[in-house]
Design a protein around this ligand. Sequence first.
Ligand code: N01
Length: 542
Amino acid sequence: SDQSNNNAVAGANVVEIDAVVIGAGFGGLRMLHELRGRGLRAQILEAAPDLGGTWYWNRYPGARTDSESWTYAYSFSTELQDEWDWSERFPTQDEVHRYLRHVADKFDLRKDIVFDTRVVSAVYEEETGRWLVTTEDGKRYHCQYLVTALGLLSLPYKPDFDGIDKFEGEWYVTGRWPRENVEFAGKRVAVIGTGATAVQAIPLIAQTAAQLTVFQRTPNYVLPARNYTLTDFERESIRASYDEIWRKARKHPFGYAFDRAGVTKKDVTPDEHRNILERGWETGGFRFIFETFDDITLDQEANEIASEFVREKIRTIVKDPDTADLLCPKDYPIVSKRPPLGHFYYEAFNRDNVSLIDVSSTPITEITAGGVRVGDDEYSADVIVFATGFDAGTGAYNHIDIRGRGGQTLREKWAEGPRTHLGISVDGFPNMFMVSGPQSPFGNIPVVVEGTVEWIGDAIGHLRMNELDTIEPTAESVESWWQLLQDYINATLLPRGRHSWFLGANIPGKPRGVLFFFGGVGTYRKTCQAAADGGYDGFTIE
Ligand code: N01
């Protein structure tokens, strides 16, 4: 009956268009450009008042990429690449946001983006073979292709602590940070969480706050970012090497332009092993993982040596032995939880105005009028910062009422966890394509999304050239993709992480299971290409 209701309203004030893209972040912007280039009439619907996605919302203190700037960009336009200057190894939120705004201006994307427009439902109509997309303010779009570029870490998660309504101070969620300046000077600040977001924010908040109390449930292995300003000379050599950079990034397991280490634990003596890790630590960033030993994510012993190396660094940097001990992860291997990059993170705990509270055994009991209570102890705060993560992968999808064939909802379909083919499409949801959707690779996102966008563009091109209407994966291919995901992750140490968001384990009640493809960006690209080359093997095309 929902379907007929929607049909009844269709007709009046409905925008007829070839494609609707939901979301104006890295994925959506690139998708709009791709569709236009193929002659389609497409529009982006974006909930925010501006473009940028992640880089619009996450403007908390210290927000910047953990990917090197020269790979955190699009590769489709040489001109764009040649004219853009990155200022640092790890650019700030503001700089990435400026980059995306520049891209939008350069390719004249804004005219097809509708801002302040939240999609509430997308319903597939079997009779017309079109999607009816409805927004919160009642706008309706009728389209042949629906592209969801909702982001993989876009729906913030804030634990449902008792008492938040009684709190008399200010509170903020990092993933919904206000555009206005938030002042910490002279205030007592509580930060809840110690993931990648908190790790970036803590050292900066510590600089101005009168007092900073950090509530940690699970310590992380924080790697030094070793950010630096790029010189003109470095920028020139980056420009000259873009072909090589993209070649490397597209085949790297996580989409980074890194070299393979070429050694594993068994190839070196303990002294050599230590020196290689020291070099990696000095180089900083994820190079510590990927350019030191090729078996850190695979071999228990190699992993434990790297894990213990980081613990030693923590004990060396942090003066107070009890604080150092609390900051050391002990019961899970490095990389099985996504390691944050720190900008003097551990050093922040040497400041007199910073204290660390362990909430692993006694959880946060409630928020009070004056602060945070843990068991019998109350910690005063004027400001609370929730750096408590995201409902990753499926969260943003569950917020839209997406209905496929027979009125089946995506929420029902995914009740036990997401089911897709290639992380791009779902059986029963014809002509719906996901960019950075659940079960697509986790890694350096711009590299991942460009591959996906081009694949979707080719698939739509194939349909149009052959005068076909719909593409939809078979139930069997969706089942085998799920199995493949299990096989890949189970071949690594990744399933051992604690409360890992990529396993759905950070959200109470969320189905547990791997949410992303960990078979490597290179493998993923090859698999997608093979499906296309085989005439869209694994799909039904009509
Ligand atoms: O979120 P998180 P995030 N009581 O889920 C804690 C990407 N990212 O926003 O670990 C107390 O990692 C929770 O504790 P625990 C990146 O991929 C990228 O920091 O679940 N604490 C954890 O410490 C990253 O991995 C960049 O035990 C509670 C924290 O909140 C991903 O986004 C920057 C709690 C949440 O950490 C997510 O990072 C930032 C509770 N009830 C993010 N509930 C860059 O690339 C949760 N926590 C730069």
